[in-house]
Design a protein around this ligand. Structure first.
Ligand SMILES: Nc1ncnc2c1ncn2[C@@H]1O[C@H](COP(=O)(O)OP(=O)(O)OP(=O)(O)O)[C@@H](O)[C@H]1O
Length: 319
């Protein structure tokens, strides 16, 4: 299953790509197409092949089989320096020299990338590094500041394609939020963003598409809505019943849903997505006084990305 992207518009095109080290496949028969202004989350266990795929798209390694085009060219070819200048990369573990200041560090990377240095102040502002912090040595930075500097490094030269490998690991929730805001602005400005993470819950709402990798293979690719409808996992309806009147509830819902009692007077019903509207109707309609149900709150919980991820891995294992 591959999300369709208009051929001409694609910034990334990975076709039938495998990467083998000795007998072991790090990446196996992967197809992946991405468009400008698209943010794709790539998820998978340790060793699923995410970093290997990024390295291939960066042109740092070459495929054993298949072909890769990034911004219309082969990223690993000797003539691809103009492509690499338009690609930003935030690696999983960034190690800056502790004795250099933030400004010196960014100047150094700008030189390496052939990007003009005059835009660096704007970059510091964009990633939220204060002028006073920029003058300090990186060795004195907090994890969040180092990560902001790492993002500024990835944004040098205004990349059209951005690879972010575990960008929010170790950041507190407020920093993670501001990180995703920056990513959202880049995406809105037309940058293609590929985001790798283990933190599935925080990817919900950030990515247009989710690609699930397992043992080198792509096992799912689609919007959250598409993956939800493919996975057919149950939806949960949570009701707060002050009276704890489960019998009346059970009589209302019949056999279309399973009922679980949770803490705090909350009862959870699990049902097929297509049945949820009908179920809510049955629960909420007022019957005769004897069968009245006192509902203080109602919440509909869709399957989380974690649950869908686990589902696709189980399906892959079964196949
Ligand atoms: N240079 C290499 N030589 C040999 N094997 C490699 C090499 N690079 C990756 N592999 C193997 O390929 C597989 C995929 O590794 P990869 O690092 O791409 O996974 P990943 O999904 O990025 O994992 P993580 O989340 O831990 O970073 C692993 O089994 C790994 O051991």
């Amino acid at each position: 299953m591959t999300a369709p992207v208009n051929d001409d518009a694609a910034t990334i095109r990975v076709e039938g790509v495998s990467k083998r080290y000795g007998d072991q496949y790090a990446v196996r028969e992967v197809d992946l197409t991405m468009a400008p202004g698209e943010c794709v989350a790539m998820v998978g266990h340790n060793g699923a092949g995410k970093s290997s795929l990024i390295k291939l798209m960066l042109g740092l390694t070459t495929p054993t089989e298949g072909g890769i085009r990034v911004l219309g060219g082969d990223p690993s070819s000797a003539a691809a320096s103009h492509i690499r200048r338009q690609v930003g990369f935030l690696p999983e573990n960034v190690a800056f020299h502790p004795n250099m200041t933030g400004r010196e560090t960014l100047d150094f990377y700008a030189k390496l990338k052939g990007a003009p240095r005059h835009g660096n102040d704007a970059l510091f502002e964009r990633v939220g590094l204060e002028p006073a912090a920029v003058k300090r040595r990186v060795g004195t930075y907090s994890k969040g500041m180092r990560q902001r500097l790492a993002l500024a490094q990835a944004l040098l030269g205004g990349p059209k394609v951005l690879f972010l490998d575990e960008p929010t690991t170790g950041l507190d929730p407020a920093l993670r939020q501001s990180f995703y805001e920056i990513v959202g602005h880049l995406r809105d400005a037309g940058t293609t963003v590929l985001l790798c993470s283990h933190a599935l819950t925080e990817l919900e709402g950030q990515a247009d598409r989710v690609v699930v990798m397992n043992r080198g293979r792509k096992v799912a690719d689609g919007s959250l809505a598409t993956l939800r409808s493919l996975a057919q996992l149950p939806v949960r309806i949570r009701l707060t019943l002050p009276s704890g009147d489960i019998d009346t509830l059970a009589a209302r819902i019949g056999e279309g849903a399973s009922v679980t009692r949770l803490a705090g007077g909350v009862v959870e019903l699990a049902c097929a997505n297509d049945d949820k509207v009908d179920l809510v109707r049955r629960i909420s309609c007022d019957g005769p006084p004897a069968s009245r149900l006192d509902i203080a709150d109602i919440e509909i919980v869709q399957p989380s990305l974690d649950e869908m991820y686990a589902h696709f891995l189980r399906r892959e294992a079964a196949e």
